[in-house]
Design a protein around this ligand. Structure first.
Ligand code: PEP
Ligand code: MG
Length: 900
């Protein structure tokens, strides 16, 4: 087996496609050599060798020594220098580099090959004593800390002390003698600590450095980084042994970092920083202010020309924006690294669109380059990146689950009512709750952000907040919330009502204080790219929206209809006339405590005009697109007050005895409400509710139709489990609807269908489809019921199921990304069976998964008609639906190629 790959003299044994084996850096160096760019010669020891080393008790494979010796000799031939030579020594850097970039996580050693003899030669040859001894002390310092593990701080301390003794402030002011003196000090320190002399033999130095780079793969910080970034499946790091080139030999030298396009704007400008007379780490350390490339172009015009050539060559070659490191040694340019550059959210879109227009990539490639996160990041405000990270860490209160990204700042309030009252006064608030319920919807709506101590990503708070694109952190178990004193305690801090707090929904963090937020802008290129995606996709994309405002927002995001309108949210909040919210709440509560159908009908009659007005607003906003309206779903106990004071207040307002209210609330209590009296079961027991809701829908539709607005209502019954059950509901729906339609004299088309949220409904889908004109998979409940995992409580232990270091049972949270193996199997079955009895059955999804890219691709694969997502996730669904088509085509092409 071969472990070493050489590059130099215009040839390379590796290439750019060998990232897994040679790491990003090694593959880049090989590729740049191949395409004729000036790259210092060297060799790469593969990641397979690292894997072997770590698996075999930190021993190298037997053949490695001979391979390294052979390649070192080759390097000496190509460079016409010898490692450790007393006349013209070869110096090398030994650098880590894995297939995925892990900035600063692993080790590098520079100037290897220097010793007491070769340093003199370097000084002589460069006629620069100071430079040579500075290089030597850097090497001794790095080697001592990285290879031997001597404390960095003590070495730094010796450097500081030497500078103080000599009365100088900057490293650049230290004379050759100073560096010489420091090398002596480092060496005695080394001897003291290790009992051995600092290695003079360059080969011994080299093997020490190779081992240290391999070891750094398993260093605590590298392991943590991989866990956080979810980097898995890599063999290890490669080791790159490369001829040293120096940017610090004088004013005709320097070092820099550049991007083929501006990484923050996406503009096609050559962007970069350059430091004259400096080594690579000086740029990263940010001690000196670098000059921009245009200034460099004036100072070193011929080098700049070469760099421009490298820029064009590399971007055309890799067909993407490159992030490059380079060094200029005495007027000669050397490319040290190239990789695909990270970019700001807006720049991601601009570059993809520009590159497609320039013909560098195809439109389909541009679509494929965008990830869900790129879209999400466009929408939400973020904590200003100039806020020092260290300060943030000090102010951290707790970490929870990042339910909705973005950031929010506001004063802490602990009840929904307070949130509304404070907001009314013009205050910005963050709603802090143990958990939220539909009753809190008003307070949630006015809050800047929401944080809860319990719950997972599909808990009520998360689902509602996501619909509004509102920053939300859930499951902050460390938050000890006391409603009585209106305080939250965590991590030694106490937050009282009115104290400023900041939420970071990207990291799921909660901070004390008021951080500065900035909101990113939508670039034109985003809209262009979305149009391209729309031209490719087959799946339709709808939205989950409960209000005219949300519906309008979703249209802007490109929604082609509403896939789920949760009508119960309208019972609590009048989004257009907030002062009428109380009236609605009273009406629904009166309906619930009513003890006869007549009393219920009376209360429902009060609700009717409100619902009708909401539906008119939604139909208008959707302007001819289909609108799926789901009838009441949550258990009734969620709508009534539970504490005696509020019960008494309600009793007074609706004119009944307090005991009546208390008794009714008690009657509604259930041990397991999620599997209890909810969904269409409510309409089976209380047909009056169904009648009122259908009446409101149909009357609203007729009103719109009369005004010339086309409407396509789809009336949806939730949580059905049986054909007969749905038949009863469908019959009732048709009875109410046809009566109103025939009286109106208007022609109105509508559909009646059901959600598929229970395994039984999915299993018996052929029977259900005999009645249902459409299916909409409610995958929040379907996941809950198929897996037997409570969607509100699973957040407490599901992270263990996903964490690779713990159980690693699922690769993702099944409430966010569809469990294709289990829940998906049942969905495939239901679609197939449903279409066996009703071939034209319309099928969609309206659970949270409708806005998750992976799940959308699954929906495409099982031939659904549409997906429905929260307004802010509509573009994610549009993009994923297009990517699904492109991936299909690529897979078909591959298959065809194989068959040939
Ligand atoms: C579902 O269960 O997937 C669904 C959309 O309904 P809800 O989240 O309102 O229960
Ligand atoms: Mg449901």
């Amino acid at each position: 087996m071969r472990f070493v790959y050489f590059f130099g003299g215009g040839k390379a044994e590796g290439d750019g496609g060998m990232k897994e084996l040679l790491g990003g850096k090694g593959a880049g160096l090989a590729e740049m050599t191949r395409i004729g760019l000036p790259v210092p010669a060297g060799f790469t020891i593969s990641t397979e060798c690292c894997d072997y080393y770590l698996k075999h008790d930190h021993k190298y494979p037997k053949s490695l020594r001979a391979e390294v010796t052979k390649n070192l000799a080759r390097l000496e031939r190509v460079t016409h220098k010898k490692l450790g030579d007393a006349k013209d020594p070869l110096l090398v850097s030994v650098r880590s580099g894995s297939a995925r970039s892990m900035p600063g996580m692993m080790e590098t050693i520079l100037n290897l090959g220097l010793n007491q003899r070769s340093v003199e030669a370097l000084a002589r040859n460069t006629k620069n004593d100071r430079f040579a001894w500075d290089a030597y002390r850097r090497f001794v310092q790095m080697y001592s800390s990285v290879v031997i593990g001597l404390p960095k701080e003590e070495l730094e301390e010796k450097l500081r002390a030497m500078k103080t003794r000599r009365g100088v402030k900057d490293d650049t002011q230290v004379p050759a003698d100073g560096w010489k003196e420091l090398v002596g000090e480092y060496k005695s320190y080394f001897k003291n600590k290790t009992g051995k002399s600092f290695p003079e033999d360059p080969e011994e130095q080299l093997w020490g450095a190779i081992g240290a780079v391999f070891e750094s793969w398993m260093a605590e910080k590298a392991v943590t980084y991989r866990r956080v970034e979810r980097i898995t499946g890599l063999l290890g790091t490669a080791v790159n042994v490369v001829q040293m080139v120096f940017g610090n030999t004088g004013d005709n030298s320097g070092t820099g970092v550049c991007f083929t396009r501006d990484p923050s704007t996406g503009d096609k400008n050559f962007y970069g920083d350059f430091l004259i007379n400096a080594q690579g780490e000086d740029v990263v350390a940010g001690i000196r202010t670098p000059m921009h490339l245009n200034e460099m172009s004036k100072r070193m015009p011929s080098v700049y020309k070469q760099l421009e050539r490298a820029r064009k060559l590399l971007e055309n070659h890799y067909r993407d924006m490159q992030d490059m490191e380079f060094t200029v040694e005495d007027g000669t340019l050397y490319m040290l690294q190239t990789r695909v550059g990270k970019r700001a959210p807006a720049a991601t879109f601009k570059m993809a669109v520009d590159m497609a227009r320039e013909g560098l990539i195809s439109k389909n490639e541009a679509i494929e380059r965008i990830k869900s996160e790129d879209i999400e990041r466009l929408f939400y405000p973020v904590i200003d990146s100039t806020v020092p990270r260290a300060d943030l860490v000090k102010r951290k209160l707790a970490t929870g689950i990042n339910a909705v990204p973005g950031a929010a700042v506001g004063k802490a309030v602990f009840t929904a009512a307070d949130a509304e009252a404070w907001a009314q006064k013009g205050e910005k608030v963050i709603l802090v709750r143990r958990e939220t319920s539909p009753e809190d919807v008003g307070g949630m709506f006015v809050a800047q952000g929401i944080v809860t101590a319990t719950g997972g990503k599909t808990s009520h708070a998360a689902v509602v907040a996501r619909g509004w694109g509102k920053c939300c952190v859930v499951g902050c178990e460390q938050l000890d919330i006391d409603y009585l004193t209106k305080t939250a305690r965590a991590n030694g801090h106490v937050v009282r009502e009115g104290d400023w707090i900041t939420l970071d929904g990207n990291d799921g963090a909660v901070y004390e204080g008021q951080e500065k937020l900035v909101s990113p802008e939508f670039p034109d290129s985003f809209f262009t790219l979305m149009t391209w995606a729309d031209q490719v996709r087959r799946l339709r994309v709808r939205t989950n929206a409960d209000t005219p405002h949300d519906a309008a927002k979703a249209r802007e995001m490109g929604a082609e209809g509403i896939g789920l309108c949760r009508t119960e949210h309208m019972f609590f909040k009048d989004f257009e006339q907030p002062e009428k919210s109380v009236e609605r709440q009273l009406a629904i509560q009166e309906m619930i405590v009513a003890d006869s159908p007549e009393a219920r009908r009376k209360a429902l009659a009060k609700l009717l005009p409100f619902q009708r007005r909401d539906f008119v607003g939604i139909f208008k906003a959707m302007d001819g697109c289909p609108v799926t309206i789901r009838l009441i779903d949550p258990p009734l106990h969620e709508f009534v007050p539970h504490d005696p004071e509020k019960q008494a207040e309600l009793a007074r307002k609706i004119g009944v005895a307090t005991e009546v209210v208390a008794r009714r609330v008690e009657q509604l209590r259930e041990a397991n409400p999620m599997l209890g009296h909810r969904g269409c079961r409510l309409a089976i027991t209380y047909p009056e509710i169904l009648e009122m809701q259908v009446q409101a829908i149909v009357e609203a539709a007729i009103e719109c139709q009369k005004q010339g607005i086309k409407v396509l209502p789809e009336i949806m019954h939730p949580l059905t489990l049986d054909r007969k059950e749905l038949q009863i509901l469908a019959d009732a729906t048709h009875r109410v609807a046809s009566e109103i339609i025939s009286k109106s004299g208007v022609k109105l088309e509508y559909l009646v269908g059901t959600m598929i949220e229970l395994p039984r409904a999915a299993l018996l889908a052929d029977q259900i489809a005999e009645v249902a004109e459409f299916f909409s998979f409610g995958t929040n409940d379907l996941t809950q019921t198929v897996m037997g995992l409570s969607r509100d409580d699973a957040g407490r232990f599901l992270p263990d199921y996903v964490d690779e270091k713990k159980a690693g049972i699922f690769s993702a949270d099944p409430f966010q990304t569809l469990d294709q193996a289990g829940v998906g199997m049942l969905m495939r079955w239901a679609i197939e069976r449903g279409r066996s009895t009703r071939p034209k059955l319309k099928v969609g999804i309206c659970g949270e998964h409708g806005g998750d890219a992976e799940s959308v691709k699954f929906c495409h694969a099982v031939a659904m008609d549409y997906v429905s997502a929260s307004p802010f996730r509509v573009p994610i669904a549009r993009l994923a639906a297009a990517q699904a088509v492109i991936e299909d085509a690529a897979a078909a092409k591959k298959k065809k190629g194989k068959r040939r």
